[in-house]
Design a protein around this ligand. Structure first.
Ligand code: MSP
Length: 539
């Protein structure tokens, strides 16, 4: 079985995780969970980019001098955030680790043997904020437009260069032959233009004496490897490159690199060029036809602002995602995950506002989903002696959904999730499938179905019909619970338990059994309900 391999960028540790980092990571986690629940073996990786001058600067600013202690502490801080975030099973890579260094050395030597690394004199302007040299066209008023407060460094050095220019045609062909390599479409045009007009050889090392961090160039201790060259290799390190050839052969190439739009040049141009180069001299990086094994898809998402403003340290507006979630009780992390995935069309820029998070909580979660579940469970318990009702008659007018309905819902949900449009996948669950008055099988329609069929009145005259109605609502909630698992795993657990089932036992079943009509046993006990999304106590 091929392993589905999804990655997040590795984060600089010049700061603690904020909501922008949480966004990339949550999308990756949702994708990992989505594939896992559908039966795939999954490798999900994240980690920290440690060999950067940015980290050293941040340490110095914090008044510290012991770099290793600083890096250890920050790596722990990131790990702790992700574990509080309930991230599913994942690999966490540090680029100061011995495995990574071994992988980088092997990769460098392979590219060297391919003749793509050579020495030359270089003079240029370097932006530590971007960790990149800036070309004349990228500089405005002598400054980097992305980091206008930082001085550009003027550097004249003899460095190692990577022969990027000789991969220009191969890259253009890659975007042509495999358009899904760069998603979404708008980004593909941007990257194509960049490669066509600007992708030139560039420096991939710096003098060791001018840097505090970085992996030494194999065979030349006077130079250290450029941080991006090192960082991109993390994706093969975690897959076993250099340490476990069998695992690597099974796992590589990555199925999905998730990145922000700020770093697509590195992922969609430099990285495949590096792989093509090293693959010439390293069979582990080639497929059976002798071609470089390249990642299948790089998906770039947009950038986040907070209340319309860029997230920045100097503005002090960075939001700690774990703190934010605390305002929403014991399912707070799920609430935030729901918001991040639901509110922003994947690939587009988005704005975060506490106000809209609250609105979504109240409308989508508490009033629509929570209310439906709570009413369905409470009425079933009340009229059917604390149990799941026996659905005796099968009058279609009294059944909210059926096998066909949940199948259609799953098909729509899966198609959107596969395309990374969790926003549309979730919208489908709430708004149903179909159009206009024909929309069906959504949570909103389920609430309306209660109003239309009035089981609370029918219970006085027709227990059969009441049973059919309530059974269909409970069973529908169970199906939706399994569909939303990649997005709100704790909520799924809570719903399944409220329906009197064991989450852990159910989770061993495959998705076709979980999302199908009739999984709830009539007559089984329904525990005392508890409110899933309680009213917010703040004004
Ligand atoms: N270390 C590099 C990545 C190396 S990957 C081989 C890096 N790190 S970073 O910490 O600066 O940013 C990593 C990612 O965090 C960005 O690409 C982006 O995915 C995410 N975001 C950081 N700030 C963000 C927003 N304000 N909005 C959305 N995503 C943001 O670049």
């Amino acid at each position: 079985m091929k392993t589905f391999f999804v990655t997040t960028p590795i984060y600089y540790v010049n700061d603690r995780p904020h909501i922008g980092h949480a966004y990339t990571t949550v999308v990756a986690d949702a994708m990992a969970r989505f594939r896992r629940l559908r039966g795939d073996r999954v490798l999900f990786s994240t980690g920290v980019d440690e060999n950067s001058q940015k980290n050293v600067k941040a340490m110095t600013k914090a008044g510290e001098t012991d770099l290793n202690a600083y890096l250890d502490r920050m790596a722990e801080a990131w790990k702790t955030t992700w574990s509080s975030f309930g991230l599913s099973d994942h690999a966490f890579i540090r680029t100061t680790s011995a495995e990574h260094r071994a992988a980088v050395e092997r990769f460098w030597k392979a590219a060297m043997e391919s003749g793509d690394i050579y020495q030359a004199e270089y003079e240029g302007l370097y932006c530590t904020g971007c960790e990149a040299f800036k070309t004349e066209t990228e500089v405005q008023d002598g400054r980097c437009p992305l980091h206008p407060n930082a001085e550009l460094q003027s550097i004249t050095e003899r460095n190692y260069f990577f022969r990027a220019s000789s991969y220009r045609d191969a890259l253009l062909k890659l975007y042509e032959d495999r358009p899904e390599f760069v998603m979404p479409d708008a980004r593909r045009n941007e990257i194509r233009n960049y490669v066509k007009d600007h992708f030139a050889d560039f420096s991939v090392s710096r003098e060791a004496k001018s840097l505090e961090v970085g992996i030494p160039v194999p065979g030349d201790e006077s130079q250290r490897i450029y941080v991006w060259f090192d960082a991109l290799i993390n994706y093969v390190t975690v897959a076993g490159y250099g340490t476990d050839d069998a695992a690597f052969a099974d796992i590589w190439p990555a199925d999905l690199h998730l990145v922000g739009k700020d770093i697509i040049k590195f992922h969609c141009a430099l990285w495949p060029a590096m792989l093509m180069s090293a693959a010439k001299h390293d069979a582990a990086l080639r497929d059976v036809d002798g071609n470089a094994k390249l990642p299948r898809r790089v998906f770039a998402h947009g950038f986040f602002t907070i209340d319309g403003q860029k997230i920045s340290k100097s503005l002090g507006n960075a939001i700690d995602p774990v703190e934010l979630a605390k305002g929403y009780g014991d399912v707070g992390i799920d609430v935030l995950r729901y918001f991040l995935l639901r509110d922003i069309p994947f690939g587009e820029d988005g704005d975060f506002s506490r106000e809209r998070l609250k609105e979504r909580y109240v409308h989508d979660l508490a009033n629509t989903f929570g209310n439906l579940l709570n009413r369905s469970v409470a009425m079933s318990r009340k009229y059917f002696d604390g149990k799941v009702p026996h659905a005796i008659s099968h009058e279609p007018a009294y059944t909210f959904a059926d096998e066909r309905g949940v199948e259609a819902l799953r098909k729509a949900f899966d198609a959107h999730a596969d395309a990374l449009r969790f926003d549309l996948a979730l919208e489908t669950l709430w708004n149903g499938i179909g159009t206009g008055d024909e929309r069906r099988f959504g949570l909103l329609q389920a609430n309306k179905f209660i109003e239309d069929t009035k089981p609370f009145q029918l219970a006085k005259t027709d227990m059969d019909a009441t049973g059919v109605i309530l059974y269909s609502l409970l069973e529908y909630c169970r199906n939706v619970a399994w569909l939303i698992e990649p997005v709100m795993p704790t909520v799924t657990r809570r719903i399944v338990e409220q329906l009197g089932q064991s989450f852990d036992e159910e989770r061993t079943k495959d998705i076709d059994a979980l999302v199908s009509w009739g999984g709830l046993r009539p007559g089984s006990a329904l525990p005392e309900p508890s409110i899933l999304f309680p009213p917010l106590d703040r004004g």
